[in-house]
Design a protein around this ligand. Sequence first.
Ligand SMILES: *Cc1c(COP(=O)(O)O)cnc(C)c1O
Length: 319
Amino acid sequence: MPLHIETPLIESRRLGLASQRSVWLKLEALQPPGSFKIRGIGAACEEHQRAGARRLLSSSGGNAGLAVAYAGRQLSLPVTVVVPQSTSPRARELLRQEGAEVIVHGPSWQEANSLALSLLAAGDAFIHPFDDPLLWQGHATLVDEIARSRLLPDAIVLAVGGGGLLAGVIEGLRRNGLDDIPVIAVETAGADSLHRSLRAGRIVALAEISSVATSLGAKRVCEQAFTCSLAHPVDSVVVSDAAALNACERFLDDHRLLVEPACGATLALAYERSPALTGHSRVLFIVCGGATASLADIRAWSRRLRRTGGEPRRQTDLP
Ligand SMILES: *Cc1c(COP(=O)(O)O)cnc(C)c1O
């Protein structure tokens, strides 16, 4: 039994009017742990359990860790998540509420991840947040649902962090014979590892992440996301943190759903009537969701951006 739910696919009159086209939303924000990640991570955790795993390990203080914690509770497998000191109290609390053991270690994700890997013992499965074929297969179920709905969009808009969602959606389009539907891949400035890689013609690692959209903050995208983007029609777009935050607030008003800036980045294309949408009359947005930011966080980031005139904050911590 899959651990994710089949999510609603609805038309958004509000975003449609804002962007002057027909806009459809795939509401992954409604997944029980708050984001699409449970699709791939749920599938991976089930597969590891079938193969005999007795504990699940993660080093993500974000939505990937939350999805592993949720999956573990559903599968009655213990979960350990090692997170860096910079992980917000809210994220730690959400992990603990899912019953996970939370170990706080090191200033940044690199140290937390090293400790997690060193804890791996017989019977443990380590769940990567984006670079794993099991994850891509699971994320692809999102496109299976779209294909069954008879709604064929002219383009699909999604967010890119490490590129697991992108790889999964392209896999889903391929396995449903929809290879000709282009993907508009959105990142925020300061977390734009795919955009820079496509411009350079090779995978480029960012020196640091300087965007509030921490869920997009992989310093480099996975190989699969990069090669998929060359094989499939992918348009790579970068938006500002301010545009992503503004889209979060407007989307909350329009659809009564609070999403992270990582997701606001995609919605900003509609609200800002982005030229990237030109020529696409029916656009489907993957509302990837995210549970780690509160409304107070989003408003505080917006205030800080206004105060500093858009100067991005520095942060080292990821994913
Ligand atoms: C993980 C995540 C992303 C990015 O997904 P990748 O597979 O890392 O590209 C985007 N939005 C949210 C809310 C996420 O949790």
